[in-house]
Write a protein that binds this ligand. Sequence first.
Ligand code: FAD
Ligand code: EUG
Length: 632
Amino acid sequence: MGKVYPSTASAEGRPAKIDRPSYFGCHMNPAEVIGGSGDPLNPEIATEKREVVLPPGIDRQAFDKAIAELRETLGEDAIELNDVPLNHGNYMAPPLSHDPYSVLDDEYFAGCGAVYPSSTEDVVIIVKWANKHLIPLWTISVGRNLGYGGASPRVAGSLIVHLGRRMNKVLSVDPDTASCLLEPGVTYFDLYEHLRAVGLGEKLWIDVPDLGGGSVMGNALDRGVGYTPYGDHFAQHCGMEVVMPDGSVVRTGMMAMENSATPQAFNYGFGPYVDGMFTQSALGIVTKMGMWLMPSPGGCLPFMFTFPEHTDLEQLVDICRPLMLNRLLHNIPGLRLGVYDAATYMTRDEAVGVENRGSPLTAEQEKAIIKKAGGAAWSFYASCYGPPEIAKGHLEMIKAAFFQVPGAKMYLCEDVPEGHYLIDRANVFSGIPTFRELDWQKWIPNSSTLFFSPIVPVDGKEALAQVEIFKYRFLEYGFDFFNVFYIGPREGHNIVILLFDRTSPQQRVNAMKCMRAMIEDAAKLGWGEYRTHISLQDQVAETYAFGDGALMKLHEQMKDHLDPNGILSPGRSGIWPRRYRDLGLQLGLNTTHAETPNPVVERMLKEKQQAKPKPTYGTDELRASQKKGGTA
Ligand code: FAD
Ligand code: EUG
């Protein structure tokens, strides 16, 4: 039976430093980066100037005057204007100028510049200044929100408040409550290395998402996900300090006590629980946040199962449901489509040849690629936790469940060759940041990513229907279909990955059409997205439509009341402040997007209509059955 991979129990221990990627995430070739600096705001590299995009309704004179005033208060180098040619940068130097994965024109989501506060007081100054000059701000912690818009603002000309560049301290770590208090700029690799450096790295584990360069705070505030048992990041936060749109500073939870003895131990505090309104929102700028850490479980036993048939998905997901609900599967497992899994190891040209560019992969090509990579129709990656005897015991139960699927195979780390994705997963599952997930981003030249992220019931039939429905749209618009299900106890996040060549105007248009059609298809079947790209937030918000859009009305009421000048991230999550509502900036509302009906949606709708309704086990059902003489 397998070795329990890196843990407090392992001889080699956990690495002290994380290697940064030596290659570029979104580029086949680093030389592609225009100007070569990777940082479009670095004046030493940029040679030419570009017109700054101004915020709506602000002329150049008023803008210059406002910027000069802010520079005087915060210091000359606290602000950089976005006045040099746009540069797509790379994962280690993501641009602050625009969305490098631009699906619309590069300039569409360009900011006017970036400001780098050093403290909560600086943030208060910025917010008050923005209210005075009516300049819209766009808050980021680190700005690696790639696939959802990167660092770029929804309203062109907004000033990016980059909190992380100067506010990047681990403020404290409390081993007794396994928690920490962070500033916005602390990334996963920063926090990991910090814990090691202060001698707590073996004792306290962090949870990491697929890539280690994100902000622990920023990711949690966008309700992002990682892959240890602490993978629901917002659920692990505890206490916040927030600068409100009027410049007041609020602390939430127990941190609202001046001298709290339990600031990172109890998240609710007293009274209405407001923390949620600062996630995916434009209602405040979070400057400090507590996070819970995972006490070392004493070991981590990562494993992979592969399944031969595409349709095995149905049985597989149904097997996952009780395992997840009963916590026999400990972490957030990933169930990856075979051809996506294979894209970790090769580019598209290597897989099918340059001559096959221009049309999406055929079923035969997909099979051949999977075979070439030594993979299967689906690969399932997960981990058991605990001292070896316990982890191994759990794995036996999991094996019994998954081996019900004909042709299932299981692998541990020692069963796979060096360089296998499972080895990187072993790191992720034990809270060690990696960058391996950048590999598949090199699938096509000039590759840009859009994530389509619907929530899926942990139900085999629905999961398979999602794959068929979204793949139908990918083929319609000419894209290779990739997806991975990240499965939780009561739902899954289906991450559908659309890679397009950003230098192709046709592919940009098609990518947009494909995303919009999928949002519509999903909504018809009651599937909503958990998060989306800035260009699609209006449309997704519109699908959360109960009560004639009652939720949006509430959001707008909160927005108008708390932020009457509409200075904080206007348009974020489809919430437009009053001042912006009639400027015609919304995208994709009040219209049908799909150009053709999706036959799989039609089939599913019909099946659902004809199916016997699922029992509700409610009082009405009970009474009806009692009337008919049934048993209770
Ligand atoms: P930021 O860009 O700093 O923030 C994200 C958003 O949160 C901002 O737009 C803002 O609205 C809000 N926000 C941030 N900070 C504050 C603040 N202090 N106050 C108020 N609002 C704030 N994501 C996952 O969740 N899990 C994954 O496994 C994952 N894998 C990925 C793999 C690849 C290959 C790629 C390209 C992306 C992946 N992502 C994943 C998406 C994204 O890269 C991460 O979520 C990343 O952590 C988000 O960027 P950030 O941390 O820099 O957040
Ligand atoms: C990923 C995961 C996410 C997300 C975006 C990307 C992973 C990509 C679970 O959340 O929102 C491989």
